[in-house]
Design a protein around this ligand. Structure first.
Ligand code: GLU
Length: 417
């Protein structure tokens, strides 16, 4: 795994797309930096009565197209630069799928496994209290990310509403349905990765039914992608989590593997596996489709030399370094970037926010239909731009689409002193 700084990677990705966008260097420079970053030290009481000081961030990258939007992750590897990068990726992701949001991201520097549920609740409510002046359904709308989910979103909503003495479920998305969450939100990220892979195979005249698939990471995004691809007839031959990878030539039943992980804590040790190896070995398997669904920098320039997949659909944010992109652009591997392939999460967050504001709730069927329309439209737009511009890869074409939309909104609004 590479040590590449994700914020520098983001800036490089913008530079790569610059020549395809009709905007001056000054405007593009503006799009390479967050508007503001909150860094806060939370004092949290532990169960034994001691107080721990815990660092947390929220980056508001760009608000030209709408309220800042993006998740909050709990991970020991969270840094200021990582959060800045992730907030930028959110701004461009929302623009690629054309939903009316800017980009934001937050993170708390902890390993949640070291905390009890009540400690996590106090920590989350403390962060929500710090965030209160900066968030709101028209201002900045957090959501789940790595190691956070419905439970944390419900706490943040409750803290905000209590402090504001109001009901405003649209202040945060990814809640439980009883707290105003949307049907289909939990599956949405994996669903967009499946839809992107399906459209990609169709575009490349390849068959997804019978295709061999490897999925790195078996959290929410990875396992749902595996499940939905399996339903389309693909063979999920390898999956992994932070403990390692498992392989089976005829493919796994992703639901059974998930049950095993729920029971034992890992996919490793699943009885039907024929082989076990490292995450790096999984990433270089000779498969039709590779889905990196873990963290940033999974594939760097060196590892990319050994990647043999025909197609990569990125369920994680930032899993390939710019050097890996350069290597793969010279090979026969097509990379369908994160800002499209995992955009289902924020798209269904948008649907949740719309439902919250209207206080009118949709069926899961409607959510999935609308999501399919958004992702397939964005896919068509992306390949059209890729072909028209002759960009060296799909990521650069996606950034060209996204940057153009952000620049349009900025220029139409004008620069107000
Ligand atoms: N954390 C997800 C992402 O990286 C979802 C963000 C959201 O729903 O706002 O896209």
């Amino acid at each position: 795994m590479s040590e590449a700084n994700p914020f520098e990677s983001l800036q490089e990705q913008i530079d790569d797309a610059a020549s395809y966008v009709d905007a001056g260097e000054d405007v593009l420079n503006r799009l390479k930096h967050p508007e503001r970053v909150l860094e806060t030290n939370l004092s949290v009481e532990m169960d034994d009565g001691s107080v721990e000081v815990i660092k947390a961030f929220r980056s508001q990258f760009n608000g030209d197209r709408g309220p800042y939007k993006g998740g909050i992750r709990y991970h020991p590897g969270v840094t200021r630069d990582e959060v800045k990068a992730l907030s930028g990726w959110m701004a461009y992701k929302c623009a690629v799928v054309d939903i009316p949001y800017g980009g934001g991201k937050g993170g708390i520097v902890i390993d949640p496994a070291d905390f009890s549920e009540s400690e996590l609740e106090r920590l989350t409510r403390s962060f929500a209290t710090e965030l209160r002046p900066f968030i709101g359904e028209d201002r900045d709308i957090p959501a789940p990310d790595v190691n956070t989910g419905r439970r944390e979103m419900n706490w943040i909503k409750d803290t905000y509403e209590t402090l504001e003495n109001t009901t405003e479920p649209g202040v945060i998305t990814g809640k439980s349905p009883s707290s105003g969450g949307s049907e289909g939100r939990v599956e949405a990220t994996g669903r967009s990765t499946m839809l992107t892979a399906r459209e990609a195979f169709d575009y490349l005249d390849k068959d997804l039914a019978g295709a061999d698939v490897a999925v790195q990471g078996y959290g929410n995004a990875g396992w749902i992608t595996a499940k939905l691809l399996h339903e389309l007839g693909a063979n999920v031959v390898a999956v992994s989590d932070s403990s390692g990878a498992i392989y089976r030539e005829v493919g796994f039943n992703p639901v059974d593997v998930k049950n095993h992980k729920n029971e034992t804590g890992s996919v490793v040790g699943y009885p039907e596996a024929e082989d076990e190896f490292s995450n790096e070995d999984l990433l270089t398997l000779d498969v039709d489709l590779l889905v990196p669904a873990a963290l940033e920098n999974a594939i760097d320039g060196d590892l990319a030399q050994d990647v043999s997949a025909d197609v990569i659909a990125e369920a994680a944010n930032g899993p390939l370094t710019p050097e890996a992109d350069d290597v793969l652009a010279e090979s026969d591997t097509y990379v369908f970037p994160d800002i499209l392939a995992n955009a289902g999460g924020v798209t269904v967050s948008y649907f949740e926010w719309v439902q919250n504001r209207q206080r009118f709730y949709w069926t899961e069927e409607r959510v999935n239909e609308e999501l399919e329309r958004v992702i397939t439209d964005a896919f068509d737009n992306l390949v059209e731009t890729y072909e028209e511009t002759g960009a060296s890869n799909m990521r650069t074409a996606a950034y060209a689409v996204a940057i153009e939309r952000v620049v349009d909104a900025y220029e139409e609004g004008g620069n107000w002193p």
